[in-house]
Design a protein around this ligand. Structure first.
Ligand code: C2E
Ligand code: CA
Length: 586
């Protein structure tokens, strides 16, 4: 196949055209070329760069162009294709109809866009220089001036074309903001059986009903479209976590539970749903739809599946963990422990306080650190329950040390507080200060640590409560400085007594770059200038300890000095140091 063939039918050597009786004597390659040249459908061959190497007369007619304007040019410069996303189908029969894709086509030669069918039909083996061959069938010649439909007239939902457009824009947005999004591809199960048993009119009546149920199930910001046949597409932009997608899918499946009546015996229908996420399962609309289609193949009728099958396993593990956590929170004494990590003053080397940290004794997985379960406790809105239990344990422990006459009773004890505990009336109608007053006597030994970012964002809201706590002698610490950005000046207007320099920044000290050192120096000077004590957390190495000393940090906490310990172990550990002096004086 060569350029010079474009648009001109091949001539018989005699110049009289090809005679029927001689056609069978021709070389097979020539015969194929004849067929292609005279095919009623428009054909165009492209090289690996997408440039046109050959086109038949029907293609030139479709575009209203001449071969000189096409050959050697990228097809995308010549025509614009607004494609409707190919909706993935599973069975061969479905596939056969899907090889032809409906697209809207616009080019220089034609005045307005029109709908055509397009298929990729590159022969095997392809002629040399041909990477792709595209075939077009003009669906309704002369329908100039029409636009792709925005909505599906039958279901009233957005059309496939609109869905593709929304998906494309959403992907661009998500890509720019480093966010995720997801596509749910929904299929009506046994649609062919319904058609056969009840007929097409019933099917047509069902489609808008199913569409209505789906629409009322999803949130208004989710985008749903009818993709034709027995398929719907849903675009979810926020929130996109495996849990939220699973619950959206389950809501869609539940929406089908009530029977469809349609004036005949009730009909029970189910859906199956395939879920794919951007960017994990595809970076373009086509790839995402393809992945959602593959997930759909894995979904059982009335069920859902993620493209990434590991996610469903992870989700069921999380569900099991959640269930277990729920039970643990009902009887915290049996399942949780409080451990205490020493805090050492760098001026005199003495242990001056401890931080109380919660641990969960999981029945199968052993002792779990807070990072493994606190986010889930927060999701379950149970932080108040857990932190209230920790506060009660710490108060009881302090009272035990006091009644035993232990030197540990002189230690300051810090408790981490989730910001939800600062809300009004969280303790059975009481605010935190009333709850503490009624739980214990003198509280000057108590320190409360609240995340710096949350505290600086909610400084005005909680200012009053924090002042009341401060008047009770309770000290307030800004936790995790050096991680997320905080407004230190705003924080200093609160009755805060010290700032905790977080592990993130401290671990950065191991890097050869001087950034972490400069940041540590700036932070500790800043805290000093605001007359706040500084406590550096996560000190694991002698270098980090030296850096803390050089940068003027007041106190340190970390595994190098002492790991978090149960109350009994802490007593034994500290008993080794006369006068609680853990470090020798510098
Ligand atoms: P945090 O407030 O920054 O607590 C200090 C964390 O640093 C603790 O982690 C502690 O074990 C860890 N750490 C201290 N020194 C070292 C060290 O040298 N190396 C390393 N790698 N880690 C060190 P933990 O106990 O896992 O707690 C994690 C976070 O969970 C805490 O961070 C705190 O934000 C939260 N948390 C812990 N207990 C509670 C609680 O009872 N209530 C609330 N609301 N949050 C808690
Ligand atoms: Ca803390």
């Amino acid at each position: 196949m060569s350029d010079d063939g474009a648009g001109s039918p091949p001539q018989h050597p005699s110049g009289n055209g090809v005679k029927d009786d001689s056609i069978l004597d021709r070389h097979p390659a020539l015969l194929s070329r004849l067929v292609l040249e005279h095919a009623p459908m428009a054909l165009v061959a492209l090289d690996v760069h997408g440039k046109v190497t050959w086109a038949n007369p029907s293609f030139l007619a479709l575009l209203g162009s001449v071969k000189e304007r096409l050959i050697g040019k990228p097809l995308t410069d010549i025509m614009r294709m607004v494609s409707w996303l190919p909706v993935p189908y599973e069975s061969d029969a479905e596939l056969a109809t899907q090889q032809w894709q409906r697209i809207w086509l616009a080019s220089e030669g034609i005045e307005s866009s029109r709908m055509v069918l397009m298929s990729e039909m590159t022969p095997e083996p392809a002629p040399s220089g041909v990477a792709r061959m595209l075939a077009f069938v003009d669906l309704r010649a002369g329908q100039a001036g029409e636009f792709p439909p925005f909505s599906d007239p039958h279901t009233g939902l957005a059309s496939q074309w609109v869905f593709e457009d929304r998906l494309r824009h959403a992907i661009e947005r998500a890509d720019r903001h480093d966010q995720r999004l997801a596509v749910l591809l929904i299929r009506l199960d046994r649609a062919d059986d319904v058609r056969q048993v009840y007929g097409e009119p019933v099917m047509q009546a069902l489609l808008p009903q199913i569409s209505r149920r789906l629409t009322s199930t999803l949130r208004s910001e989710d985008s749903i479209a009818y993709l034709g046949g027995d398929r719907w597409g849903v675009l979810i932009e926020h929130p996109v976590s495996p849990e939220s997608l699973q619950s959206a899918a389950l809501r869609c499946l539940e929406a089908m539970e009530a029977p469809f009546t349609l004036g005949r015996p009730p009909l029970l229908l189910t859906l199956s749903i395939g879920i794919a996420m951007f960017p994990d399962n595809g970076s373009s609309p086509e790839q995402l739809m393809e992945s959602a289609g593959q997930a759909l193949v894995k979904a059982r009728p009335g069920g859902h599946a993620f493209f990434d099958q590991g996610l469903k396993r992870q989700l069921s593990q999380r569900m099991a963990l959640r269930h277990c956590l729920q039970e643990a929170l009902l009887c915290p004494d049996r399942h949780f422990d409080v451990v205490y990590q020493p805090q050492v003053d760098l001026e005199n080397g003495c242990c001056v306080g401890v931080e109380a940290l919660v641990r969960w004794r999981h029945p199968k997985q052993g002792v779990l650190q807070p990072d493994a379960f606190l986010p889930m406790v927060a999701e379950m809105a149970q932080m108040v329950r857990l932190d209230r239990w920790v506060i009660e344990q710490v108060i009881a422990q302090h009272q035990r040390w006091q009644s035993e006459g232990s030197p540990l009773a002189g230690l300051r004890i810090s408790i981490n507080l989730d910001a939800s505990l600062l809300e009004q009336a969280v303790f059975d109608g009481r605010p935190l200060d009333r709850f503490l007053r009624q739980s214990s006597g003198e509280l000057s030994w108590l320190s409360l640590e609240v995340d710096g970012k949350v505290l600086s964002e909610q400084a005005e809201v909680h200012g009053l409560l924090l002042r009341r706590l401060s008047r009770m002698g309770i000290r307030l610490a800004v936790d995790n400085l050096g991680g997320a950005p905080v407004d230190l000046i705003r924080l200093a207007m609160l009755p805060v007594s010290h700032g905790k320099i977080g592990r993130e920044l401290v671990h950065g000290l191991a890097d050869s770059s001087s950034f972490a050192r400069q940041a540590l120096s700036a932070l500790s000077q800043c805290l000093k200038a605001l007359q706040l004590e500084s406590v550096m957390v996560g000190v694991e190495t002698a270098e980090q300890l030296t850096a803390a000393r050089h940068k003027g940090v007041d106190q340190v906490q970390g595994n190098l000095l002492g790991p978090p310990m149960a109350a009994g172990e802490l007593a034994t550990w500290l008993g080794r140091y006369p006068d609680l002096q853990v470090l020798s004086k510098p």
